[in-house]
Design a protein around this ligand. Sequence first.
Ligand code: 13P
Ligand code: SF4
Length: 347
Amino acid sequence: SRENLEQRVREVKERMGSRLYLPGHHYQKDEVIQFADNRGDSLKLAQLSADNHQAEAIVFCGVHFMAETADILTKPEQKVYLPDMRAGCSMADMANIDQTEKAWQKLMDLFDDTIMPLTYVNSTAAIKAFVGKNDGATVTSSNAARMVSWAFTQKERILFLPDQHLGRNTAYNLGIPLEQMAVWDPIMNELIYEGNMEDIKVILWKGHCSVHENFTVQNVHQLREKSPEMKIIVHPECRREVVKLSDDAGSTNHIIHTITNAPAGSSWAIGTEMNLVNRIIQEHPDKHIISLNPNMCPCLTMNRIDLPHLAWCLESIEKGEPHNVIKVEAKIAQDAKKALDRMLERA
Ligand code: 13P
Ligand code: SF4
């Protein structure tokens, strides 16, 4: 039963104390996030992992790339676990290292040494290592603007992996016109662009988040017609047209902060993952809050971390027979850390 599983998790947590650390991403289910020692967006969770020198076991309640990042940023004797190995990220899967190396070769032929690679943290450790080796950095949705601005102090153009939407939204807000943005198609291994090559400032990897793509221009129009008083706030993983028509856009932390500080009685439609939207609704009964897409949009891989997997994972660690260790190969970890450190220094 749920009570029994909750009791088992509580008991392991009590017995292990500070030897165990449980970071949880805002998109996790309530049944899991209730046990998190800290909740956060990707940036905060990366920083907290880097700062934790005490825990022997870090059980990451989030997706695979987040657990990899935690492993890269912690000491070798600290072990990182993911309660369900199937908790991947469809966006991270849209850029593999072979495609990236092929792309880089072609881009170097086209633009010589004028490009800085940047990758959203929602990417595999191998992609982060590639970026680290090539003088680039990682970004998250809360520091993307700062990191893209920095990149332009170093190089004339950027390659932004793997989320075209975060890349486009960020560059656009920094004043780069859409006409100066090209798209890299990793399947065709080619650049999609109609203008003059020299004008290209930003090359957007053709990847996206399958959850945030579900928020559409039609959703916005329908809402504006039905409830014109409602403010719309979305995650920048939503496509450009949706962000443009919204009142605000930002990371999960930004969304939470904005709604928390909004006046009682205000009305909000939120364009992000369902578990977080439902939690915000519950925590703010004094405000009228709905999902921008009335069908609600779950992240299926985030949801793979559930109470049974959490209890099983914790007990296996305590018994000394752990499963689901996330261990990034040393060479990859070393290069990926360069990309992460360049971000954390500026965060
Ligand atoms: P943030 O929490 O950094 O906004 O990231 C959103 C996300 O999609 C994580 O997978
Ligand atoms: Fe990946 Fe999107 Fe799920 Fe985040 S919400 S883990 S980007 S699929």
